[in-house]
Design a binder for this molecule. Sequence first.
Ligand SMILES: C[S@@+](CC[C@H](N)C(=O)[O-])C[C@H]1O[C@@H](n2cnc3c(N)ncnc32)[C@H](O)[C@@H]1O
Length: 230
Amino acid sequence: MTVGPHLRRPIRSFVLREGRITEGQRRAFAGPWQRYGVEPDTGRHLDLPELFGNRNPVLLEIGFGNGGALLQMATRHPERNYLGIEVHRPGVGHLLLRLEEQGLANVRVLRQDALELLRHHLADASLDGIYLFFPDPWHKKRHHKRRIVRPEFAQLVARRLKPGGLLHLATDWEDYARHMLEVLDACPALHNQGGPDGFVPRPQDRPQTRFEQRGQRLGHATWDLVYLRR
Ligand SMILES: C[S@@+](CC[C@H](N)C(=O)[O-])C[C@H]1O[C@@H](n2cnc3c(N)ncnc32)[C@H](O)[C@@H]1O
């Protein structure tokens, strides 16, 4: 039996493995989620000024893992708002607990597919910046179609960023770094800020993430890419 295109499962950039969740992280979904969690209404854009209670710049981190980088950036910049999105429940729980401990007011958290957020719940020119640090590289060739950086991602990012908005990516997988370069350089609305090879030196202010630390222990190099929305 052939399966019609509408019945095929969408190709996602993640596989949901629930992993271990601690009792504290479980509690986080009952408590801090009420303050920090965001569940967009079907078919509606998020009202970002209402969500944060101000009109400060909004930056989105996609796939924040355990949220360490997001916490550092949000603590350093109380004058900016941060939206974080991650599908991995234990990571979200971990971040929620840290947010509550530190009482940060400038962070909101989503637990869903970032592509769905970008497609359906953010207005054009609504973001000042987007961070994508160490996305799953999907090493095997037959899995490359799962990579989150693909032409649709580039177009969505370009539309949701304000003119002059920042897109910053990092990876420790050279083949994925070159793929990012190829896909993003092909998007006319994005202007690569890198040198002749297309990459930038690691920006001093980029927090080190858990995946980056793990890669460094294995001797991996890192590649940073920075684009501005034209
Ligand atoms: C390799 S990890 C890196 C985590 C973190 N950025 C770091 O550097 O430590 C990639 C993360 O992206 C998340 N992820 C992958 N695809 C996603 C998507 N479409 N929407 C939200 N999160 C996603 C995964 O659950 C995973 O936690």
